[in-house]
Design a protein around this ligand. Structure first.
Ligand SMILES: [Cu+2]
Length: 132
């Protein structure tokens, strides 16, 4: 083994054990929060959601929403789905979803997102009040 290879091996070992490598946040460090929900025409609602990195309270603006679903689970009707349009994102890190709800009441918006630098998919849900 050459000196160069030994140095390279030691450098790799140091990198793997360094705190900066092991301190990546986990998916559980993130939370979706309801910002607002408002009627948007017949059977539709605009639901604004923020994704927060809980350790520092900062919003995450550049997550990629890979799945969004809505159902009436919070009202005891988990089998009653609605529709969700792909969200728009504004500059403040708020994700604007438009939902279609067949019934007024409390609904859940369930979201899965990929965040840069995180290997795990972040999943969460917010409850919101839908108008019919
Ligand atoms: Cu229902």
């Amino acid at each position: 083994m050459s000196v160069y290879r030994i140095v390279a091996a030691l450098t790799l070992a140091a990198a793997l054990s360094s705190p900066s490598v092991s301190s990546f946040a986990a998916a559980s460090d993130y939370k979706f929060e309801l910002v607002s929900a408002a009627p948007a025409g017949a059977g539709k609602n605009n639901v604004a959601v923020r994704l927060v990195h809980m350790p520092d309270g900062k919003p995450v603006a550049d997550a990629v929403i890979i799945e969004s679903k809505t159902d009436m689970g919070p009202s005891g009707m988990a089998e009653m789905p609605g529709k969700v349009m792909a969200p728009r994102t504004d500059k403040d890190g708020i994700y604007q979803f438009q939902t279609e709800n067949g019934m007024a009441g409390t609904w859940a918006l369930r979201i899965a997102a990929k965040i840069q630098g995180e290997t795990e998919t972040v999943k969460g849900a917010v409850d919101y009040k839908a108008a019919k």
